[in-house]
Design a protein around this ligand. Structure first.
Ligand code: GDP
Length: 469
């Protein structure tokens, strides 16, 4: 398929979703003001609109089954993945003694949650990839496995670069020349370079943009695939649990993040907010597959055990998967240590195996699950409905969009802009509007999400000429 075809296909889906966010939000707001004798009728209008929207979305989602390009997509996904893994393998296992190559060190112990610490390690690995310097990871006393550290859970990152190769590590500011450099937390890294998240390597950019609706998520998913190669005991644990839960598709994964997150870094979201989108997914899925009979399955990952009973009592038409004991081990008072680690690994694994995710991107668990999911699904950027933030990488460089249609401000807090303006986005409100700043005019506020397109950030990185795949 041409690049233009793939982009157009995705654009049609994105625009359709944006249209429904806007129209349904406005129609529901009007519903609150419609006087009684007409309210029921207005509700019928809303329901009919929502239903026609799902029929349209189903048709768009079925396009990839019939356009004749799906086997190309599958092959391209595999071929790029093989290339990435070969490059990472070459990066991490240099042919010269490790002490003869320029290298990087990174300490996983950021002192935060699993998702947060993995993303910290990922930021280090991204920098390592970009510079072509092997990464040596330290995890002594890791709060999720204090005795054995990272290497007991996942394969060590290298066969020939070890902790012994990190002596006299220098500060980041000297990364261009020093033999060994320690990578600081992304929040403290100065100078921030253009090759940092959310960029993808320039030499793969065209292929990635054609392959995937969110190239960075795919790329970072591939870094993660290498970084988190499970030790045999973990592979076995995940396989056993998969078997004993009788995990089957279709299944939607929801991640309900509560406890310490609520009120500090995220708002409370009632189970009904998740289930509204789950229902939406399944109705659309049925329209995609009119002959199919299936159970509506939902995998729940949460740090609040009460969510299970609430979901089961309020939504009897669904089959809920998930483990109350795992949720208990995720609560703040029992969060760290190996038991909790096993729980979070299971939850991320099952979420990533789902067909679709409904979750809050403010949570790093939800983002990790979405990133891991991209290792498996083909062009799966659309397979999520976030309840709060748009996808991001903590500490990222600017996330920019380009205005493709000019706008004259006509709504509360909206700003005007010209086609071609660069808009730094801060979030999508999932009601037709996004929030951000026009970098061309300096204005900020709300803007209609359908008038912009994503800019995929690319940067020159090491190109791995030694790897032939
Ligand atoms: P964030 O705080 O949600 O952005 O994610 P972090 O991973 O940084 O920290 C949250 C931590 O809480 C996780 O690492 C887990 O230890 C625990 N946790 C949160 N939600 C879940 C969940 O759904 N399942 C499990 N097993 N643990 C969770």
């Amino acid at each position: 398929p041409s690049l233009e075809y793939e982009q157009l296909r995705r654009k049609i889906q994105t625009q359709t979703r944006e249209l429904s966010y806007f129209a349904l939000d406005q129609m529901n707001k009007i519903a609150e003001k419609v006087p009684d004798p007409f309210r029921a009728n207005w509700q019928k209008v809303i329901d009919r609109f929502a239903d026609q929207y799902r029929v349209l979305l189903a048709a768009i989602r079925n396009l990839t089954d019939v356009d004749g390009y799906q086997s190309w997509r599958e092959q391209e996904h595999e071929s790029l993945s093989n290339l990435m893994q070969a490059r990472l393998n070459a990066l991490q296992n240099p042919s010269k003694p490790c002490s003869d190559v320029k290298r990087l060190s990174c300490n996983i112990n950021k002192g935060c949650g699993y998702g947060c610490e993995i993303h910290h390690a990922m930021h280090c690995f991204h920098v390592a990839y970009a510079l072509g310097r092997p990464l040596i990871l330290f995890s002594d006393g890791w709060r999720y496995n204090p005795r054995g550290g990272f290497d007991e859970i996942f394969h060590p990152l290298s066969k020939n670069c070890t902790h012994a190769d990190v002596v006299g590590a220098e500060a980041w500011a000297r990364y261009k020349s020093a033999d060994v450099v320690e990578i600081p937390l992304i929040d403290n890294i100065h100078p921030k370079e253009n090759f940092m998240p959310m960029t993808v390597p320039a030499d793969l950019a065209q292929r990635l943009i054609r392959l995937h609706g969110n190239p960075f998520v795919w790329f970072t998913g591939q870094l993660m695939k290498y970084l988190l190669r499970p030790q045999p005991w973990l592979t076995e644990m995940l396989a056993k649990k998969l078997e004993s839960t009788k995990f089957e598709t279709p299944i939607v994964g929801i991640h309900v993040r509560r406890t310490d997150k609520v009120g500090s870094e995220a708002a409370f979201h009632d189970i009904s907010e998740y289930m509204k989108f789950v229902e939406d997914y399944y109705t659309t899925y049925q329209y995609q597959n009119p002959e199919l009979t299936f159970k509506k399955r939902v995998y729940i990952a949460t740090d609040e055990p009460k969510v299970f009973s609430e979901a089961r009592s309020k939504y009897p038409a669904y089959v809920f998967y998930g483990d109350t004991a795992v949720a208990q081990s995720a609560q703040l008072n029992s969060r760290y240590g190996t038991e909790s680690l096993k729980g979070v690994l299971l939850d991320i694994h099952f979420l990533s195996l789902s067909d679709y995710l409904v979750c809050t991107f403010s949570s790093q668990i939800c983002r990790v699950a979405y990133e891991v999911m991209q290792q498996r699904v083909i062009d799966g950027a659309w397979r999520v409905q976030p309840l709060d933030d748009v996808y991001y990488f903590g500490g990222q460089n600017a996330h920019n969009q380009r205005a493709v249609i000019s706008n004259t401000a006509d709504w509360p807090n909206e700003f005007s802009f010209q086609r071609g303006d660069i808009i730094g986005t801060e979030g999508n409100h999932w009601d037709g509007f996004s929030k951000g700043t026009d970098k061309t005019s300096g204005q900020s506020g709300l803007y209609p999400s359908y008038k912009v397109e994503e800019i995929v950030a690319t940067a020159e990185m090491y190109t791995y000429p030694e790897v032939k795949v």
